[in-house]
Design a protein around this ligand. Structure first.
Ligand code: TXA
Ligand code: MG
Length: 314
């Protein structure tokens, strides 16, 4: 199959492909997604095939507006509209009891993960074709793509269309929040932080993400092996000390290392981390040293991904 690349202004090409029940790789504010019309079993099954995704891992449904997203759900707790008003469009996925019967999207669960993405072109597209199911546009076991080139590296020849919108603004996948109970629980840390949620929902008992911690059903995706570069990932307190020649070193301050990747702040680390992992694989380095960041704010999401990359068992 020939894979064509278009810009974000070519909505007609996206609409034609999606309405033919085919899949499209496209940029969101977090990472690139592999999108198909959520109503179409055939199209969504193609996502699982192309990615090599385990069948028990549900997909996030993207909608044009909060109204459109919440219309797909039922038994919506009172705190949810406040989250939607504060963080949508944006990098927050809400898991709610499903009001639709899309087993091909829900992968055996009775819930649905929904979010309203930020890019204007994408919300325009969603208004034209309806809700889109979209996981990250990588082959399973690879890092999430943050450029069109990453999508092509994994999926060229397997999908008809890639939308090139340049590098993603954020670079980390959305926060996934379980909203099926009286208080939300974070299933996957992301750009919308625990403090962000707490600021909006206020004091404990009125829907805070951590009080009391209720046993959250683990996000199904957390059971599956996660991406690890071929290189060993080592978290360091001071990566600037590393002198090993056959290594990539990711840190704020770097002198004299062979493959330096410098970040000024945690936002810059989040934006570039997956691209650097892919570069390390391409270079064939033996070790990637990454200087730790504090596990607060966006740092919680970055360290969550780094711990998984560094874990001996994935
Ligand atoms: O930023 C993002 O979230 C990107 C962009 C494309 O939107 N998407 C993304 O999708 O990262 P994916 O499939 O790579 O990760 C979705 C995560 C998985 O861990 C999945 O298990 C979880 O969300 N998830 C989806 N639906 C769920 C549900 N109904 N209940 C619990 N977890 C769910
Ligand atoms: Mg993914």
């Amino acid at each position: 199959m020939l894979t064509r690349t278009v810009g974000v202004d070519d909505l007609d090409a996206m609409v034609a492909t999606l309405e033919a029940d085919q899949v499209v790789a496209l940029p969101t504010e977090t990472v690139y997604g592999l999108a198909a019309r959520a109503v179409s079993r055939r199209a969504v099954e193609r996502i699982f095939q192309v990615k090599g995704r385990p069948a028990d891992n549900p997909l996030i449904v993207h909608a044009a507006s909060a109204e459109a997203a919440l219309a797909l759900c039922t038994d919506v707790p009172g705190y949810v509209p406040r989250l939607a008003a504060s963080f949508w469009p944006g990098p927050l996925t809400l898991v709610l009891p499903s009001g639709v019967a899309w087993p091909w999207v829900q992968a055996g669960h009775d819930t649905l993960g929904v979010r309203v993405p930020r890019p204007a072109y994408l919300r325009q597209l969603l208004r034209r074709v309806g809700p889109l199911a979209a996981p990250s546009a990588n082959r399973s076991g690879r890092p999430s793509p943050t450029t069109a080139a990453h999508c092509l590296a994994d999926l060229q020849g397997l999908i008809p269309l890639v939308v090139d919108g340049g590098p993603c603004a954020g670079g980390m996948e959305s926060t996934v929040l379980d909203c099926t109970g009286p208080d939300p629980a974070i299933l996957r840390p992301g750009p919308v932080t625990r403090d962000d949620v707490r600021r909006v929902l206020g004091s404990p008992g009125t829907g805070t993400p951590d009080a009391p911690p209720r046993p959250a059903p683990a996000s199904p995706g957390t059971r599956h092996p996660h991406y690890r570069p071929r290189a060993r990932v080592v978290l360091a307190d001071d990566a600037a000390e590393v002198t090993e020649p056959d290594a990539m070193t990711i840190a704020p301050v770097l002198t004299g290392v062979r493959h330096p990747r410098r970040y000024a702040d945690v936002e810059e680390l989040a934006r570039n981390l997956y691209a650097w992992f892919r570069e390390a694989d391409a270079l064939g380095v033996a070790t990637i040293y990454v200087q730790r960041v504090p596990e607060t704010g966006l740092g919680a999401a970055v360290m969550n991904r780094l711990h998984k990359a560094a874990a001996p068992d994935g």
